[in-house]
Design a protein around this ligand. Structure first.
Ligand SMILES: Nc1ncnc2c1ncn2[C@@H]1O[C@H](COP(=O)(O)OP(=O)(O)OP(=O)(O)O)[C@@H](O)[C@H]1O
Length: 267
């Protein structure tokens, strides 16, 4: 049996002209565990993922399978098995589902082979189509897909890239309840043999699917543990309470047990 993979961040810092959007983050994310990254707006969650995937410069180390991702260019990071999605789906709308997957899979093919006509659907693409539940829509232009289906296609694109680490930025934003459940089930399926990190504000989703939660605030890790553990942490409650004065929703407050509408109604 092969060893369990881990993505290990140590002292990761991103400095934008003196402003530390990410400030000395130490974090270990383990294969087979659904890791969630939460925290108020501006906490540094996306910037942390940007650093790990080579989109912004960071200091410290982010080690995966013996390599420090912070020293690598973004295309090398993809080849090293680390993939991500963005808050807004980035599929090619005019190309079919199958073509999107085929292009994403090209990351591991030599350039001259990309130009060759492909015969049939390669097994790994068929398998990804099946996993994301879009086999019946393989020839449909991605632009015609429902919102949730586009997000699943993006996850499929990471599957065909053979991403062993998947960093997903708010994958269920704007989804229906059914789509959110289907996404959670999909993440459980693909997460067993991968390292998954989900940035999420949807606290119902976090409660239902998170195995391990890291709370970020002002660029730092404020707390980590199970949902129950972080909910019980007074520092987490304080951050969300302070944030409540500005923009926190009842949903966000609920994660730390601060959705008070029931008590108010009762009194
Ligand atoms: N390129 C940049 N230059 C300067 N500041 C930036 C840059 N990108 C992000 N920031 C700032 O860094 C901080 C962290 O932003 P980030 O988007 O990482 O937070 P977040 O936790 O992902 O928030 P959200 O939940 O709203 O997506 C914010 O104050 C943001 O304004």
């Amino acid at each position: 049996m092969s060893a369990v993979d881990q993505l290990v961040l140590s002292g990761v810092t991103v400095d934008f002209d003196g402003f530390k959007a990410v400030d000395g983050v130490d974090l270990t994310m383990t294969q087979g565990v659904l890791n969630f990254l939460i925290g108020p707006n501006g906490a540094g969650k996306t910037t942390l993922v940007d650093a790990v995937t080579g989109l912004v410069d960071g200091t410290g180390t982010a080690t995966f399978r013996g390599a420090d991702l912070l020293t690598m260019k973004s295309h090398k990071i993809v080849r090293h098995g680390v993939g991500r999605t963005f808050q807004t789906a980035t599929v090619f709308e005019e190309l079919s589902v199958l073509q999107n997957l085929d292009i994403a899979g090209g990351v591991h093919r030599k350039a001259w082979r990309l130009a060759l006509p492909r015969r049939g659907v390669p097994d790994y693409v068929a398998s990804a189509l099946d996993t994301i539940g879009l086999t019946h829509l393989a020839d449909t232009p991605a632009g015609y897909l429902a919102h949730g289906q586009k997000q699943w296609l993006e996850i499929g694109m990471l599957l065909v890239q053979d991403a062993s680490v998947m960093l997903l930025d708010e994958p269920v934003a704007g989804m229906s309840a059914e789509e959110r459940d289907a996404t959670g089930d999909l993440l459980r399926r693909v997460g067993a043999d991968r390292t998954i990190v989900v940035i999420e504000h949807d606290m119902d989703f976090v409660r239902n699917y998170a195995d391990h939660v890291t709370v970020m605030h002002a660029g730092k890790v404020l707390a980590e543990g199970t949902v129950t553990e972080v909910q019980a942490d007074p520092r987490v409650q304080e951050v969300y309470l302070g944030h409540a004065a500005a923009v926190a929703t009842q949903e966000e407050l609920a994660v730390v047990g601060l959705a008070v509408e029931d008590e108010e109604e009762a009194s």
